[in-house]
Design a protein around this ligand. Structure first.
Ligand code: SER
Length: 886
């Protein structure tokens, strides 16, 4: 069997494939978005997706066909991701025809591309083929163009009939396999392509799309005989790079490297343990980056849910690896660095991608932290040798999204195990409940307790604009576990409806109130208030004392201090909205807001980042309005009158006939006038002080400002001043002199650096010149092998630049140096020519690193490593020479 395969990078293969088919007359198409136009498909899963209408004859193409490199996402095998083959996101190279060329051309060209030395140059004796059961025509064609007839296998419908989805274009297919060698096989006598073992790797699927499957299962012929081929780019890259796993081709390998750096673990190529986690994060983070780049946002359904699941799984595996803190944006950065030139959306949407990834990661981490704290507390309770109750593991899974593997891992660290039988039983109960719920009639989902209650009860009367307490409020309903009940007992989690209440229910960005519902011997601790159907307010909380019955009379009191802060922040958002319109223009429109006690957040339409001058003007206008101590006036009026008075309404919001209008001051031309149902300060002066804490983007056309007021603003300033004091202290000067001192220090540092650089290059440039002069002749390239003590790790790259300048396109170098701190730096690098001739920087560094007590690796053309043992440097250089055959 032939063994030599030439090395090609992913980028080279991608380009060569598209050039090849373009030359054959196929039109080159860019990848379509991961969000398919075809509504029957959740995510793009094959190159042919964007051509569906050409297959159906609804569109025609002038050229004989098309070719593309398509972004694809498949999650049907999500649990297998991490073995050597499965990926969620991958790139598919494809060529397509809609009557413009034939099956014969497709087979002929595929073989030509695979075997021609100027293309993949794969040896024919390592290629195998499968055809659909009775497709004699394909067998004849493969043989005609050079395939060994003993390498052709017939397979049935499951393997060799392809369809994009349940309906639409489909047809029989023929696949090309690469023989990895007997040592990867199962050894069974009937081992052949299609076998489950690892010997034969399928890398190219040629579908002869000729049917259009209908809803009823019938398969009329398409208007013409078509071709749809798909070659997995990761797989062919691994083959061309002599690797046996999709993860070890250049692109995914560099993502594995990000994980290695973050976790301090070294990837060893296994499908278990830390290696599996490294693979899963590499795969999922790339998928997540591409999905958000194409406009998919995390949510609880559809594509958004798939995105969320992939992201959370990556975060969770990060924990398993012991990576601390948020880390996913570092992967996103690497994805941009290695794929951004082919997929510019990744770079254009970089800020959006990083913003969403970190927000989602932060939220999930917070949930995991909470769960972890709960778990730690539970573990404290159990004695040595006891098991963690299965119910606890279940709650962690159910409420905190804690995968049971993670719970097990934490338990094991504390020498405990989980009572798995009870956990499984609780899981089964839950599945049972879900099944029972699903079996209810189709209306079941809509007829929840609130639908019924909204038909029976009057809307809740809100008295909280003027009152903080409602005496004698009557309990009209209690909802517990989703059911309306007549009575609740101590300890129950309840949602209570009253006839009237001072509690504001979350609405228009303003958070719900907290407080208490109390009667003789009864106390409900309310931690949120929400709006339900029929304008019912639900007081959400725990019955901490006594028994509560429908019909009881209670004293409803909100937590006043908290509400005061909310009022001030709400008024501040109105002032901010008005100031934004003055400073940026009338295109500013509110896109979302959060009014909480400790801060406010305001999203608005605007297309570029705000300058610091703009921010200062906005802050100044808001503060001027605060210092003017204008009364806040609320009026109730007809919607038409409100609009005529110039009150700002929310875009797309539906309002009733009668609305509330909130203005600053009573004049005809108030600074701010808005339609609003929220609660406000009585006078702008109560807001005290307004400080913008951050400004950033949310999506392509919206910005977000976060700000603090009154007490929050003072704490913010206090913190900043304390930081300044600390800096002044460290710089040993007064706070006012910090800037001058810093400028002076920077100057000193630059001078010192200059001197060091001069000293170093003065000393080493001769050595570099000597080393270049003594380059070894390796035939196809020149190899510089040198020890350059005193040149730092970073500067070794500079030396490589010099080597390349001097020696041109066919050279490589292996450099080692011991720094002043005694640490060893290694660098190996080669030009493409050197790499093609067999030089592999990654392998060289891997051979050297252990000899200097370090580790490292990298790509075939560039690899670096560090070590602590300077005594092994010479030996390491010798090892490098042996590794390259010098
Ligand atoms: N549509 C086929 C596949 O996905 C060939 O491109 O394998």
């Amino acid at each position: 069997m032939s063994t030599s395969i030439k090395y090609m990078t992913t980028a080279q293969i991608r380009k060569d494939f598209l050039d090849f088919f373009e030359e054959k007359g196929c039109k080159r198409y860019p990848s379509s978005s991961l969000i398919p136009e075809d509504p029957s498909l959740l995510l793009a899963n094959a190159g042919m997706n964007q051509f569906k209408e050409y297959y159906q004859g609804l569109k025609t193409m002038r050229e004989i066909g098309a070719c593309s490199c398509q972004k694809c996402l498949r999650t049907n095998d999500i649990d297998n991701i991490g073995d050597s083959r499965h990926l969620s996101f991958f790139e598919m190279l494809g060529n397509f025809a809609f009557g413009g060329y034939t099956k014969e051309d497709a087979i002929h060209w595929a073989l030509e591309f695979c075997t021609a030395p100027e293309h993949l140059g794969l040896p024919l004796d390592r290629l195998y083929f499968t055809v659909f059961t009775d497709d004699d025509e394909s067998i004849a064609l493969w043989t005609k163009y050079g395939a060994d007839p003993t390498h052709i296998t017939r397979l049935g419908e499951e393997d060799n009939f392809w369809a994009a989805g349940p309906t639409g274009p489909c047809g029989p297919c023929s696949e090309i396999y690469f023989d990895q060698g007997e040592e990867f096989g199962c050894g069974e006598p009937d081992c052949a392509p299609g076998c489950d073992c690892d010997r034969y790797l399928e890398f190219w699927n040629l579908v002869f799309t000729q049917y259009d499957r209908q809803e009823d299962g019938s398969m009329p012929e398409l208007p013409h005989r078509n071709v749809d081929t798909g070659m997995g780019l990761e797989r062919i890259s691994a083959i061309m790079q002599g690797q046996h796993s999709n993860y070890e081709g250049d692109v995914l390998r560099s993502l594995l490297g990000v994980g290695e750096k973050l976790s301090g673990k070294t990837y060893g190529g296994k499908a278990t343990g830390a290696d599996r986690s490294l693979r899963i994060i590499a795969d999922h983070s790339r998928a997540v980056t591409f999905m958000i780049g194409d406009g998919i946002l995390p949510s609880n359904e559809g594509r958004g849910y798939i995105l969320r699941r992939l992201l959370r799984r990556a975060v969770y595996h990060g924990r398993l690896l012991g990576i601390e803190g948020a880390f996913l944006t570092q992967y996103a950065q690497e994805v941009r660095a290695i794929m951004g030139d082919v997929y510019p959306a990744l770079v254009q949407n970089a800020a959006l991608i990083d913003g969403i990834v970190s927000a989602e990661e932060e939220r999930f981490n917070a949930t995991l932290d909470k769960g972890e704290a709960l778990l730690e507390a539970e573990l404290d309770k159990i004695a040595e040798g006891e098991q963690l109750p299965g119910e606890v593991a279940f709650t962690l899974h159910d409420t905190y999204g804690f995968p049971v593997d993670l719970t097990r891992e934490i338990c094991e660290n504390r020498g405990a195990s989980i009572e798995m039988a009870a956990f499984e039983a609780a899981m089964e109960d839950q599945r049972e409940r879900a099944r029972a719920a699903a079996n209810r009639d189709a209306w079941g989902a809509f007829h929840n307790a609130w639908t019924t209650l909204s038909g029976e009860l009057p809307a809740t009367e809100f008295c909280g604009y003027d009152e903080d307490v409602a005496e004698g409020a009557r309990v009209l309903a209690i909802v517990r576990d989703g059911e309306s009940v007549g009575v609740a007992e101590q300890g129950d989690e309840v949602q209570v409806v009253l006839d009237r209440t001072p509690f504001y229910a979350e609405m228009g960005g303003q958070v719900g109130d907290t407080g208490t519902l109390a009667a003789e011997g009864v106390l409900v601790d309310v931690n949120d208030t929400t709006h339900q159907e029929g304008d019912l307010y639900a007081h959400v909380g725990t019955l901490v004392e006594g028994t509560l019955r429908v019909g009881d009379v209670v004293r409803a009191a909100i937590e006043r201090g908290r509400r005061e802060l909310i009022r001030r922040n709400h008024t501040a958002t109105h002032l901010l909205d008005a100031a934004l319109k003055i400073v940026l223009g009338e295109h500013v429109s509110q896109a979302g807001s959060l009014v909480a006690p400790e801060r406010l957040r305001f999203d608005f339409t605007h297309f570029e980042a705000l300058s610091s001058e703009e921010l200062a003007r906005i802050e100044g206008l808001v503060n001027a309005e605060i210092f003017a101590a204008e009364p806040i006036v609320t009026q109730v009026m007809g919607i038409d009158e409100a609009r005529a008075s110039g009150a700002v309404a929310l875009f797309g919001e539906k309002y009733g006939d009668v609305v509330r209008v909130v203005s600053t001051g009573a004049s005809d031309k108030p600074f701010s006038r808005e339609l609003c149902g929220g609660t406000h300060a009585r006078n702008t002066a109560e807001v005290g002080l307004f400080k913008i804490v951050s400004e950033g983007s949310v999506g392509a056309n919206a910005r977000r400002i976060e700000a603090v007021t009154s007490v929050g603003a003072i704490s913010f300033l206090d913190e900043r001043l304390a930081e300044l004091d600390a800096v002044a202290n460290a710089l040993k000067c007064r706070p006012v002199d910090v800037m001058a001192r810093l400028v002076q220090l920077q100057h000193e540092v630059r001078e010192a650096q200059k001197k060091i650089a001069e000293a170093l290059t003065g000393g080493s440039s001769n050595k570099v010149a000597e080393a270049i002069a003594g380059a070894l002749d390796m035939g196809a390239y020149k190899l510089v092998c040198a020890r350059l003590d005193g040149v730092g790790g970073k500067d070794l790259r500079g030396v490589w630049d010099t080597v390349r300048d001097k020696l041109g396109l066919s050279c490589a170098c292996v450099l080692a140096s011991v720094g002043e701190d005694g640490k060893v730096a290694l660098l190996a690098a080669g030009t493409d020519t050197a790499v093609k001739a067999g030089f592999n920087a990654g392998d060289v560094v891997r051979a050297m690193a252990p000899l200097v007590g370090g580790r490292g690796g990298g790509r075939p053309n560039m690899a670096q490593a560090g070590g602590r043992d300077a005594s092994g440097v010479d030996e390491a250089l010798e090892a490098a020479k042996t590794a390259v055959g010098a």
